[in-house]
Design a protein. Structure first.
Length: 301
């Protein structure tokens, strides 16, 4: 927790008796007072500050800024200087008036401050105190954040410790859950590692069926002489055994062509296997191996 955050938290607090006693102790350290010179009308410094706070309704930021001016004045006034019994009252009142006028747009006038002292000081005395303090400070009334942190460290240190403890408790009981993207990435990597341990399938059945279907269109047909000699594997003996020759059901061979026509083996000639065509067709008679004649009608003659 930073000092600025602790200072902001401190400024939100109400004026307490602890703050008043702290300011009274700081004022007592500014200047020494001769003993034996007492006045019957002087009140204690704590009661004097408490009466000023109640009647002026001053808030914590303005009141505690007085500690900065008191600390600066302590370094300015020589240590061998002694004051009277009401000197510390005058010093605190002058620093409070300067802080109120420097930090606020509107503040009580000096005659009002004189009335808040319950007759201890007059308006002329209040004016004199303000002018003397301005000369001591050389009209330099600036206050930095570091000045406030240094002077108010007894109040800010417990606040910083308390806020740090609360932040740790909040982070402990409200730890953020892993994001959905990280969880999905973890599940994805876990599934990949699990699949890597198993035997992967090289190709799917759908892919094999597509390949076999596309390749079957371009696979040439084997001749009858080669297809009859295909062997198969016997599952029992793990040896190759020739299969029985497949009976031939091929059609009888076509009669030999006349030598006057050149052979063109690379051109296929369609044949209409139907007899009794109308019109003038040339009938070719051929003798198959069984001695039976077959009449083939050729339309290319």
């Amino acid at each position: 927790m930073s000092d600025l955050e602790a200072l902001l938290q401190f400024n939100k607090r109400r004026v307490s008796m602890e703050m008043i006693e702290f300011l009274a102790s700081t004022s007592n350290s500014v200047i020494q007072v001769r003993t034996g010179e007492s006045s019957s009308r002087a009140v204690s410094l704590v009661d004097f500050i408490k009466a000023l706070v109640v009647q002026s309704n001053v808030q914590t930021p303005t009141l505690m800024s007085t500690a900065v001016y008191l600390s600066k004045l302590r370094s300015i006034i020589p240590a061998n200087v002694h004051g009277m019994e009401t000197t510390r009252h005058r010093v605190f009142l002058g620093c409070l008036i300067i802080a109120a006028k420097n930090l606020n747009d509107s503040s009580p006038m000096n005659k009002h401050w004189a009335s808040y002292t319950n007759g201890l000081l007059s308006t002329r005395e209040v004016n004199t105190i303000e002018r003397e303090l301005l000369e001591y400070f050389d009209w330099n009334l600036r206050i930095s954040t570091q000045d406030l942190v240094t002077c108010l460290s007894p109040f800010l240190t417990p606040i910083k410790d308390q806020l740090a403890s609360q932040k740790e408790d909040y982070l402990f009981f409200n730890s953020p859950a892993p994001s959905r993207s990280r969880l999905a990435a973890y599940n994805d990597s876990h599934s990949r590692s699990s699949s890597a341990m198993s035997i992967p399938s090289l190709v799917s059945s759908a892919t094999m069926s597509t390949i076999s279907t596309g390749g079957s269109r371009r696979t040439p047909l084997l001749p009858h002489s080669q297809s009859s000699n295909i062997h198969r594997i016997d599952e029992g003996s793990y040896t190759y055994q020739p299969t029985k020759p497949v009976p031939s059901y091929a059609a009888p061979p076509v009669a030999a062509r006349s030598p006057s026509r050149p052979e063109k083996s690379h051109l296929a000639r369609p044949i209409i296997m139907k007899t009794g065509l109308s019109g003038s067709t040339h009938t070719v008679s051929s003798q198959n191996k069984f001695g039976i004649k077959s009449n083939w009608a050729s339309i290319f003659k």
